[in-house]
Write a protein that binds this ligand. Structure first.
Ligand code: M7G
Length: 314
């Protein structure tokens, strides 16, 4: 059957997730089986509003002005909208090919339970981790992490894997680290440069462990990140350096990105800027991060979620 025919049979059961920022929705339902005893096949339909393709619609400088009746907004069906002084706005349906397609659809059918869980919205909670809660809930969780979780880190530090991708190394066992492209970056576009610095020292699990004794290490990373970034032509004043709390991997590493890159991992939810970390330790207190309350978002998919959920105050 054509995609259109399949979609005409789709019966919605649940909106699994909606993301206003990407204008995407994930719908769970059934296709086929109508009027018969069986329910049809489980299907996940993803609908997305694509970006406008205005470049194709824009007249080139040499083209003659468009004929009447060939305007960009022909076929538009708008509500009456609002007007106020020089401002007016309305909503409606495009019905015009000049703006490009206004819907993209994809179907997984039959969808498995795994597909469904993957696309179902997580619940989120904002938690405030005091030093006491860290000691009670989080540190035991970190200590229980299987070493295999950071095997990839050890492989990089021992040059067993990705050795040719290392773009800078300070081999000092105390102050040293390696810098290499993050797996999220394909190294083609410097505007989206994403590097990671992984320290040689073992045992610094996270931001919580950092104190005055680590200032030389942190400053060393701050200085040398610029050398690494030079390889991609990114200037030292165009770098955003931060650590995540909570991180996914409990071996100290610093994210190094082009400031032009904006995305989820650098929002206030989890990112702690290296400059601020250094200043807090150096200018405020050597044990700042042992005394601070650190707040962050937990998703119901996070393993830490369960630990907090068992804690009565959550
Ligand atoms: P994080 O703050 O611990 O967790 O960062 P996050 O992934 O939730 O941000 C770990 C960083 O290391 C992430 O930016 C990952 O994309 C990156 N990363 C993870 N792995 C398994 C690898 C890897 O094998 N190689 C490289 N180069 N980067 C990795």
């Amino acid at each position: 059957a054509s995609i259109q025919a399949l979609l005409c049979q789709f019966r919605l059961q649940e909106v699994l997730n909606e993301d206003p920022s990407t204008k995407t929705a994930w719908l769970l339902g059934h296709i086929g089986g109508e009027g018969s005893a069986h329910a049809g096949a489980t299907a996940i339909v993803t609908i997305e509003r694509p970006p406008f393709s205005l470049r194709a619609a824009a007249p080139s400088v040499t083209a003659p002005p468009s004929e009447p009746g060939q305007g960009l907004f022909d076929g538009l069906a708008l509500d009456s909208g609002e007007q106020n002084d020089i401002y007016s706005w309305a909503a409606g349906f495009a019905n015009t090919s000049a703006l490009g397609p206004d819907l993209r659809v994809s179907i997984i059918c039959p969808a498995t339970a795994k597909h469904i869980n993957k696309h179902r919205r997580q619940q989120y909670k904002w938690v405030r981790e005091t030093p006491e809660l860290y000691a009670k809930l989080v540190r035991p969780f970190i200590d229980a992490q299987p070493p295999a979780r950071i095997q990839w880190v050890h492989n990089i530090l021992a040059k067993r894997v990705e050795a040719e991708r290392i773009i800078y190394e300070d081999p000092d066992p105390e102050l040293g680290f390696v810098i290499l492209p993050d797996l999220k970056w394909d190294t083609t576009d410097p505007a989206s440069m994403y590097l990671v610095a992984i320290v040689h020292q073992h045992g610094i699990k996270s931001l919580r462990d950092l104190n005055g004794s680590h200032l030389p290490l942190l400053k060393n990373i701050r200085t040398k990140a610029a050398i690494g970034a030079q390889k991609y032509g990114v200037r030292s004043d165009c770098l955003r350096l931060y650590v995540h709390y909570q991180p996914s991997y409990y071996h100290l590493h610093v994210h190094i990105t082009n400031v032009a890159l904006v995305g989820r991992g650098m929002t206030a939810d989890r990112a702690h800027l290296l400059d601020v970390v250094i200043s807090n330790i150096e200018d405020i207190a050597s044990d700042f991060y042992q005394r601070a309350t650190l707040a962050y978002v937990l998703g119901s998919d996070d393993e830490l979620w369960q630990r907090w959920a068992e804690h009565a105050d959550m």
